[in-house]
Design a protein around this ligand. Structure first.
Ligand SMILES: NC(=O)C1=CN([C@@H]2O[C@H](COP(=O)(O)OP(=O)(O)OC[C@H]3O[C@@H](n4cnc5c(N)ncnc54)[C@H](OP(=O)(O)O)[C@@H]3O)[C@@H](O)[C@H]2O)C=CC1
Ligand SMILES: N[C@@H](CC(=O)OP(=O)(O)O)C(=O)O
Length: 351
């Protein structure tokens, strides 16, 4: 397998650091360039970054000089991962794509663009073909691929078997989101310690919309969105990593609890045979023990790439209720983007 030279945009941030940690020993991708704001540019990475990962900063990045996020500074890389602040992601990611540098982004800015794939490899790998509709460069060398919001990931992955087997009429979801989702320094400790904050600005519209694109069907280069309403309530809880969701679903074809559990347990990932380095062996883990999943016990399962499901039960209102949980900065952010890049390599979009 060829080795790819990779740049990280937003390398000093919480998600940027997670990219660096995940890529430290990656078999295909080698970090050769790091970008951040003008506040950090020109400094060595070890001086610019306030390292918040629990493992030590990899030696390979310590002495890299942080670059301004303009494409002319990154002409040696094969592609970039973006963990940019959303206030600057549109302009910077467009600049890179127009310069012929593929962007695999974690930011929200292009997720609903009609030519940009919003990708969970286990859910909608075929949507990758939308790249061919993008017109950033005449020869197609520059393009953007995005991964979803960190709640949309476990929500959509858990809905996928139900959607395929029964169809979905409606969904009600309440998220209990970890504080790492708010970046660093994030939520003030006096607000979150021993407390629950019942609102996260801008979050609920992403939870309502992104699953519909992810579960949509690709036809003639465009996605026809899935068509069901999602009622979302997003809350912040004093957990460090792992967003936990309480989900209730109304199904189109009615089914009993045993059939529903059987469908979820027997679901198989469409990318299972591709042997992607970051792909979890079991993308969905179904617990029978009603005490599970729990963020502290299960967020790191399979390298933080697994979605854990529990308490699947017949609902008294609508049809089925369950709990879903995934690591928000790994599966819901940097790890999801790295898996997207691996799929793009296997499918020949990155060479
Ligand atoms: N935290 C999470 O769980 C998730 C985050 N995301 C998304 O990922 C992105 C990053 O989030 P997070 O890491 O938490 O945020 P941070 O605030 O921790 O990091 C933001 C990064 O963007 C850089 N940046 C800011 N302004 C500019 C600029 N003008 N030019 C170039 N770079 C700039 C910062 O550089 P500098 O240090 O120099 O200021 C820093 O590297 C956001 O879009 C967020 O919504 C998505 C899913 C989950
Ligand atoms: N809003 C999420 C993190 C995030 O930045 O999401 P998005 O990538 O959709 O902007 C959280 O607070 O947990």
């Amino acid at each position: 397998m060829t080795s790819f030279k990779v740049g990280i945009l937003g390398a000093t941030g919480a998600v940027g650091q997670k990219f660096i940690r995940i890529l430290e020993n990656h078999p295909w991708f080698k970090i050769t360039a790091l970008g951040a704001s003008s506040r950090s540019a020109g400094k060595l990475y070890e001086e610019a970054a306030n390292w918040i990962e629990s493992t030590r900063m990899p030696d390979g990045v310590k002495s890299l000089t942080v670059l301004e996020c303009t494409s002319n500074h990154f002409d040696e890389v094969d592609f970039v991962f973006s963990g940019l602040d959303s206030s600057v992601a549109t302009e910077i990611e467009t600049d890179f794509a127009k310069a012929g540098i593929p962007v695999i982004s974690n930011a929200k800015n292009f997720r609903t663009d009609p030519t940009v794939p919003l990708l969970i490899p286990e859910v909608n790998p075929d949507h990758i073909e939308m790249i061919r509709e993008q017109r950033f460069t005449a020869d197609g060398s520059g393009w953007i691929v995005t991964n979803p919001n960190c709640v949309a990931v476990p929500l959509t992955t858990s809905l996928k078997p139900l959607y395929d087997a029964f169809g979905i009429e409606s969904v009600v979801v309440t998220s209990m989101q970890a504080i790492s989702g708010a970046g660093y320094p994030g939520v003030p400790s006096l607000d979150i310690m021993g407390n629950v904050i019942p609102f996260i600005g801008g979050e609920e519209s992403k939870i309502r919309q992104e699953p519909l694109k992810l579960l949509g069907k690709l036809k003639d280069g465009a996605v026809r969105y899935a068509d069901f309403p999602v009622q979302a309530t997003a809350t912040r809880v004093p957990v460090i990593n792992g967003h936990l969701l309480s989900v209730t679903v109304s199904l189109k074809r009615k089914a009993d609890q045993d059939e529903i559990i059987n469908v979820m347990k027997s679901w198989g990932s469409p990318i299972h045979d591709l042997d992607l380095p970051s792909a979890p062996k079991f993308p969905l883990k179904i617990f029978d023990d009603p005490r599970y999943p729990q963020p502290r016990l299960h967020a790191d399962s399979e390298g933080g790439m697994q979605t854990a499901i529990g308490r699947i039960r017949q609902a008294h209102v609508m049809d089925v209720s369950y709990i879903a949980m995934a690591h928000n900065t790994v599966r819901g952010a940097a790890g999801g983007a790295v898996l997207n890049a691996e799929l793009l390599v296997k499918k020949g979009f990155l060479k």
